[in-house]
Design a protein. Sequence first.
Length: 157
Amino acid sequence: MGYPRPRAPLPYPGAVAEALPMFKRIAHVCLNVRDLQRSVDFYGKLGFATKFTFTREGAPFGAYLEIADGNYVEMFEDRNLGEVVNTGIAHFCLETDDMDAVMATLKSRGVPFTEKKLGCDNTYQIWLADPDGNKFEVHQYTKASTQYTGGVIEADW
């Protein structure tokens, strides 16, 4: 079961008192992929639904996939963008309310993932990589998750 998300920044040295209400959430993450259909198929195994596609001269070269209501991954197989490279984003993270059910579904669909572990922030996590090597995390908050309690975490990695 999910827990309510904090509305203001968590207390830590240098934190501001109130969050500015400029943004609601990250609308989408955009990936440059080598093979659009391969990537659409991979993310389809995770339950992402194709919301719409992009074409150029009638040929598909991009897709907009819905993760959950109003949350998307956008991807392009666009030779005009050049080689697929890491542009500085280390990973993205998907939230779940039931990590064990996610792991069972991934296993049944042949999608590899890491062992479940409790991170130093007291949040459960597993890791995956898509066919282009884009790494992403799936996590499940706990009552003790530092995202709710605030504080300082000594990193263990």
